[in-house]
Design a protein around this ligand. Sequence first.
Ligand code: COI
Length: 355
Amino acid sequence: MMMKIKMELTKVKKDKPISNQLGFGQFFTDHMFIEDYTDEKGWHDPRILPYQSISLDPAAKVFHYGQTVFEGLKAYLTIDQKVRLFRPKSNFKRLNASNERLCIPAINEEHVLEALKGLITVDREWIPTNPGTSLYIRPFIIATDPCLGVSSSKRFQLIIIMSPVGSYYKEGIKPVKIQVEQHYVRAVAGGTGAAKTGGNYASSLKGQELASKDGYSQTLWLDGIERRYIEEVGSMNIFFKINGIVVTPELNGSILPGITRDSMIQLLKSKNIPLEERRISMDEVLEAYHNGTLEEAFGTGTAAVISPIGEFKWKDNRIILNNSEIGEVTQMLYDTLTGIQNGSLEDPFGWTITW
Ligand code: COI
């Protein structure tokens, strides 16, 4: 059933940023989407409004207990001037998986996709067109009950905002340097590591700050029990190519089930490149480095796309990959993924929705 979305358009359109100065998440489009939830009415009152501040009671549970989830997905303008979304159904499915973990009521995935298409259509002229740019979409849900008891909220808001973006890292597609975190951990199985919730990112900030101080772009998180097995990077899943085989940590309950990660697994399989999803330790990576079989490493994520890794620092070891240059498989994955996203390549996987 179609849903009725209220629409209030802005009278004053903002100036658009210059396409080669976008950075990540700094500019926001003219409109946003909001929908409310109460136990009595369920999700209701969907509306597209001019982009604006929201007013919340200072006791709203989201501020105190972090009951919130979010997603990140992207829209592109294809070379034939159509709007293209990449795997939005997977994002809304994952949003509901996160909702389940955080005791947030499920959204109607079809309705929200319909609303998102309406929002993008209204702000279509905000989709940047320079190579490497896109419209980043951030749906999120917050608990709004003004009550300090630690219990699940009975009221929520779903909001979607959109931001024209360039590359997530200042390095762009050049290899990034990553520090392996020894002391702090991001998540453990049974916790919320596999959900996309603010707390996971809050707990990653300290490691990120330490890495930045040492001149590294990101933190690589190890497992929370033995501090040996590789989990994920602050904003990406991670892959290694060792002796011709691509290896990525298996989904173990504490790693985010990345949609770009899943896309790369499908892509590698379709190209008959050997791939293993399994536990992989830093000892194994260091050994492969020393015996000359560590060929490539790269991160994957919606924001980061495919980011080659040029160096890891782990304890006193500096592991330099591929002369700090992008590897062959990493480049192929980047070209294929971005080609499917911008419409210059066929989408044999049915990942995209175009209109
Ligand atoms: C994404 O890749 O969309 C993310 O959510 C990562 C980060 C910007 C939080």
